[in-house]
Every structure is written in structure tokens, then in C-alpha cells.
Design a protein around this ligand. Structure first.
Ligand SMILES: NC(=O)c1ccc[n+]([C@@H]2O[C@H](COP(=O)([O-])OP(=O)(O)OC[C@H]3O[C@@H](n4cnc5c(N)ncnc54)[C@H](OP(=O)(O)O)[C@@H]3O)[C@@H](O)[C@H]2O)c1
Length: 213
């Protein structure tokens, strides 16, 4: 059995958990307020899921999903995620996260910041450019005509390969953007952001993305 540690149990974390348990993964999910606040969610998710603290979710994970507001990145235990693939769903909303100059200037990427914080993990971007509700409703089997595609990026080939495999199980094709330094192409407000697109359309949208918006 593969255990996914999900850090963040909001819109995206809960949706990834729903699809993951359907697919037969075990899920350990945590938030900032403590496992007791996730009682309803784990009942809904069923026996494959349990709630834990965020760092316990990291420790229990074969691989992890980090899905919290960017402003709280420093509060995440890097130790609990060391040596693991971490799928990073976060986006930069300066209205929520406060201004981060390096992002405003186009000199950094959100997932690059996550990789810097989680220096002993292998971070891959994933699920940042799909609306939470659509994670469980827009996937289709491999080979479906006009299948929806999602992008990933990582500095670690095994991490992007893991995301591609998970995307396929969730019902999506993958476009690999390459290293995290190129991952701005699928950040907020770029052409590929939260639109339904197939692989060819996604490639076109990534290519025409402006560095700053
Ligand atoms: N909503 C979307 O459709 C969507 C789509 C793509 C990407 N995203 C991005 O994905 C990330 C998550 O979005 P969301 O909509 O799921 O957010 P959300 O609904 O606000 O949920 C955030 C979750 O993160 C948890 N959290 C916050 N700080 C934490 C910490 N220090 N340790 C552990 N857990 C912590 C929160 O726990 P508490 O409630 O206990 O504080 C909550 O469960 C954001 O960066 C967002 O921009 C969102």
C-alpha cells in the first residue's frame, strides 16, 4: 500500500484525498489546527484515511502533497518530509500571502521557494492550475479524445515521473515543463492557469506565458 501524506486539508487537500482513497491509496491528512478538526472529513473518506498533525502526515508519507497558503511555508517541518517527493500545489496570491518581491519581479518561482525550504525533499509542481472541484470531476481514462492535461515541473526526474503517474490515475495527461526554474509558466494568471486544456493546448499556453503578470 502507498500512503500519501497530505499537508493541508482545505479545498485542494480534501479533493486530492477523495480521489486518492477512491484509487486505493492510504491517506494521512493534516492541517494547522489539529486532527480533531478533521473528524468529519476522515469519516467521509472512510477506512483508508486518518487525520494527524501536519508533521505526522509528512512522516507517514511515501510521498506527500503540500497544499497550504504560501505565506505559511516557513511553518512546515522540512525534517518530516526529508528524502521524499513532495507535490506542491501552492500559488502566490499577494492579497493573501503578502508581497514577495522576488516573485513580483519574476526572479523566483513559488515551487522553487518550496524546494528551497524543503531542501532534502524532491519537490514537483502539481495540481496548482486546476480548480479544486474539477480534480474529482474532469478526469477521464487514458486515451480519451481531448483528455484534459495538467503540467508538472521538478528538478528531480523521479518526482515529475511520480506526478505524471498520479495525474494519469486521476484521469489527466501530463505536460512536463522541465525544471522548477521554468515552472512560472503555469503560475497564477498565465494562459494555462485554471483552464481546461488538452496536452497540445497546454503546451501552446505554456509557450506563450509571460514571465511576469
Ligand atoms: N482552491 C483552489 O481551487 C486551488 C486550486 C489550485 C491551487 N490552489 C492553491 O493550493 C493551496 C491550497 O489551497 P486551498 O484552496 O486548498 O486552501 P484552503 O482551502 O485555504 O486550505 C488550506 C489548508 O492549509 C492548512 N494549513 C495552513 N497552514 C498550515 C500549516 N502551517 N500546517 C499545516 N496545514 C496548514 C489549513 O489548515 P487550517 O484550516 O487548520 O488552518 C487548510 O487545511 C493554496 O496555495 C492555493 O493557492 C488552490
Amino acid at each position: 500500500m502507498t500512503t500519501i501524506g497530505i499537508i493541508g486539508a482545505g479545498n485542494i487537500g480534501s479533493q486530492i484525498a477523495r480521489k486518492a482513497v477512491q484509487l486505493g491509496y492510504d491517506v494521512v491528512i493534516g492541517n494547522s489546527r489539529g486532527p480533531e478538526t478533521l473528524a468529519d472529513l476522515v469519516v467521509e473518506l472512510g477506512p483508508r484515511a486518518r487525520a494527524a498533525t501536519a508533521s505526522e502526515a509528512g512522516t507517514a508519507a511515501d510521498f506527500a502533497v503540500l497544499t497550504i497558503p504560501l505565506r505559511n511555508l516557513d511553518r512546515i517541518s522540512a525534517e518530516s518530509l526529508a528524502g521524499k517527493v513532495v507535490i506542491d500545489t501552492n500559488n502566490y496570491y499577494w492579497e493573501r500571502d503578502g508581497h514577495i518581491e522576488a516573485l513580483d519581479r519574476g526572479e523566483a518561482t513559488t515551487s522553487g521557494m518550496v524546494q528551497e525550504h524543503l531542501r532534502d525533499s524532491r519537490v514537483a509542481k502539481g495540481f496548482n492550475h486546476i480548480l479544486a472541484a474539477e480534480i474529482t470531476t474532469t478526469g477521464t481514462p487514458e486515451g480519451t479524445e481531448n483528455r484534459r492535461a495538467l503540467a508538472t515541473a521538478s528538478d528531480h526526474a523521479d518526482a515529475s515521473a511520480l506526478v505524471a503517474e498520479l495525474y494519469d490515475e486521476f484521469g489527466f495527461d501530463t505536460v512536463d515543463i522541465g525544471p522548477l526554474s521554468e515552472s512560472w509558466r503555469v503560475e497564477r494568471d498565465r494562459p494555462a492557469y485554471v483552464v481546461r486544456q488538452n496536452a497540445a493546448e497546454l503546451e501552446t499556453n505554456l509557450a506563450r506565458a509571460p514571465r511576469t503578470v
